[in-house]
Design a protein around this ligand. Structure first.
Ligand SMILES: [Mg+2]
Length: 175
């Protein structure tokens, strides 16, 4: 059996714009939880780009219901959420359950119909897999990060990246 299955995403894309929304619809996904830093914006960047705002409009027009789920403890999620006009969960403590459960409640979402989109294996993907939701990994937008992310989590990601790629290919091959 695979090792590190809990860290292996269901889908991988270069960025949010590359996500195949039709595939998500086929999987009966309705609710989308988004990480913020390095998924929607560069780390700690205050502004959401026009392209990202337009993409969110398209996503919502297609019937998806979205919210943000961030480990940031401050006002960051609120600031970004206001620009996208969607709900948010701050201080989510991914990969632990707390923030996910709050997000399910906020959206009145069934885990089976929910996906998380994020750039980190040890927070977004592990957390999502623990909840049994669909997990979507995107590449980090920029090089800037929280020091803990850079020095601990990314180092861990590099160590297991080959295994994750192999798992992912096997998972896709078995669909
Ligand atoms: Mg992130």
């Amino acid at each position: 059996m695979f090792k590190y299955q809990c860290l292996t995403p269901d889908y991988m894309y270069d960025d949010i714009f590359a996500i195949d929304l039709q595939v998500l619809k086929q999987q009966k996904i309705v609710y989308l939880l988004f990480d913020i830093d390095n998924t929607l914006t560069e780390w700690n960047a205050p502004e959401v780009s026009g392209r990202t705002k337009e993409w969110f409009n398209k996503v919502r027009q297609q019937g998806f219901i979205c919210c943000l789920i961030s480990n940031n403890k401050g006002n960051r999620a609120k600031t970004v959420a206001a620009q996208l006009n969607i709900g948010y969960i701050s201080d989510a403590a991914k990969p632990f359950s707390r923030g996910f459960i709050k997000a399910f409640k906020l959206l009145n979402a069934m885990p089976k119909q929910t996906a998380i989109i994020g750039d980190q294996l040890f927070t977004d993907i592990w957390g999502g897999n623990r909840q049994g939701i669909t997990t979507i990994l995107v590449k980090q937008i920029g090089p800037k990060e929280h020091w803990g992310t850079r020095n601990i989590f990314r180092r861990g990601e590099r160590l297991i990246s080959k295994k994750i790629d192999t798992n992912y290919r096997e998972k896709k091959g078995s669909v």
